[in-house]
Design a protein around this ligand. Structure first.
Ligand code: FVH
Length: 294
């Protein structure tokens, strides 16, 4: 009979900052954990926690039915796994390496061709967050494989099943990261801008955090407009007004000796949308200009 979930063995391939955090979460929850890393010394810190260091990838793969990869990119995943594809047959591979939906689907097809059960995943946490309430991980692939390994996967953080299409976890992951980097762009520009007048960034930070949080409450409204492509629904601040105000953001950056390159793309998109006769609509309409057929 299968081992109880609490004792299920796991193999972790890749012991960078994230792979080490994953292995630590399994070890501290009592899972027999076999680890492998290209640079073997990175396993040293896990040995006192009970990790078993495999001599090579083949040995690591054969140690567990559940094999987790967390490597730099999909090229390194294939570099590591292609030579041991035969040994992975009949096992479940959960690939938590960041990548695109296309890479996830290509790897799922590769796995299917070798008789490997494949779940693709996207980790929405930084390494110190793994195993805490802040962490969640997206998975896509066969539902039964996700369900079967859920008690183990939940050691890492909340497990969210994105769908049976292997590319969906990566799609959501990339979308969430896109939101994060867009936020970073505006926030970093704002912190640099106040610094041009020697306003300490640390003093300004709480005001900025509160503002960003308040603006984020509009996301469901924006989602309705973008989902329906009805950009005139429920407009509070039309894009013609916002475009005019945005000119001040650009001018202030120049006046203060700051490059506007983190925020500049919004200006041209808004101006194009207004020029196209959509000035009365909401700013969300700029996504129409992003679609390739536009
Ligand atoms: N760290 C984070 O904040 C983010 C959070 C969200 C998820 N990402 C993704 O997780 C993947 C791993 O990220 P990481 O933080 O562990 O990255 P590194 O510390 O740089 O470790 C990279 C590991 O990959 C190994 N590696 C690289 N190239 C190869 C290769 N050709 N063959 C075999 N292994 C390779 C590397 O090995 P070594 O340099 O120690 O020998 C590390 O184990 C990543 O997709 C993030 O986007 C993290």
């Amino acid at each position: 009979s299968p081992a109880p979930a609490s004792a299920s063995p796991v193999t972790v391939l890749g012991l960078g900052a994230m792979g080490t955090a994953l292995a630590t979460a399994f070890l501290t929850n009592g899972h027999p954990t076999t680890v492998w890393n290209r640079t073997a010394a990175r396993a040293d810190a896990l040995l006192p926690l009970g990790a078993v260091r495999a001599e090579d990838v083949a040995e690591a793969v054969e140690a567990s039915e559940l094999v987790i990869t967390c490597l730099l990119d999909y090229a390194s995943v294939h570099e590591v796994l292609d030579p041991v594809a035969g040994r992975l047959k009949g096992r479940t591979l959960v690939n938590l390496t960041n990548g695109t939906p296309a890479q996830a689907r290509e790897t799922a097809a590769w796995a299917a061709g070798h008789g490997i059960t494949y779940l693709d995943g996207g980790i929405m946490a930084v390494p110190p967050g793994i195993g805490t309430e802040q962490a969640f991980v997206l998975y896509s692939g066969p539902r039964e494989a996700f369900d079967a390994h859920l008690p183990v996967l939940e050691r890492l953080g909340a497990a969210h099943f994105a769908g049976v299409d292997a590319g969906l976890a990566a799609l959501l992951d990339i979308a969430l990261l896109s939101g994060m980097y867009g936020m970073f762009a505006g926030v970093f520009h704002a912190l640099a801008l106040v610094g041009t007048e020697e306003v300490p960034a640390e003093e300004f930070a709480p005001m900025l955090s509160g503002w960003i949080g308040a603006m984020a409450t509009g996301i469901p409204h924006y989602a309705r407009q973008i989902g329906s492509r009805e950009y005139a629904d429920g407009v509070v601040s039309n894009v013609a007004m916002q475009s005019a105000a945005f000119g001040n953001l650009m001018q202030a950056a120049e006046d203060q000796g700051l490059s506007p390159e983190l925020i500049a793309p919004m200006q041209s998109l808004m101006a194009r949308r207004v020029a196209g006769g959509h000035g009365h609509e909401d700013v969300t309409g700029i996504v129409e200009l992003l679609r390739k057929q536009a």
